[in-house]
Design a protein around this ligand. Structure first.
Ligand code: 5GP
Ligand code: ZN
Length: 117
């Protein structure tokens, strides 16, 4: 995708602080971190959002989920972390290239979903 920011980051056309790369995925620090550790894991292949995944993405999504805890730990999230995938306009997605936010490394993050007691 020519004009996608994250495709440009994956191709190295926009600089980023790389966390990890392999044949299928790329991870880099968020430019506006919401926690002491805040990076994103993206597929190298352009997929608009989680609403657009298909059965053919099964292995890719599996690789991504298995990488999350490993990279989180390597980046210093020793006491847990939060994963967020904003999807579509209601989900508040700003960049339409599928990405998993991984945040942690500090104090307990504020609750997002109220838990009934
Ligand atoms: P979304 O709201 O789509 O889930 O999150 C997009 C994220 O991408 C935001 O947290 C934003 O700070 C980050 N972001 C946007 N542009 C860039 C960029 O050029 N470089 C990096 N590293 N992060 C970016
Ligand atoms: Zn893209």
């Amino acid at each position: 995708m020519d004009n996608c920011i994250f495709c440009k980051i994956v191709r190295g056309e926009i600089p980023s602080k790389k966390v990890y790369e392999d044949a299928n995925v790329f991870a880099f620090h968020d430019i506006h971190p919401a926690a002491p550790v805040h990076f994103m894991l993206v597929p190298k292949q352009h997929i608009d959002s989680l609403a657009d995944v298909e059965d053919s993405h099964r292995n890719l999504l599996g690789e991504m989920m298995l990488l999350v805890p490993r990279l989180a730990k390597e980046q210093g999230c020793t006491d847990g972390f939060r994963t967020v995938i904003n999807t579509g306009s209601v989900g508040g997605q700003e960049v339409y290239h599928l990405h998993v936010h991984i945040m942690g490394g500090g104090k307990r993050l504020p609750g997002m979903i109220p838990h009934p007691r």
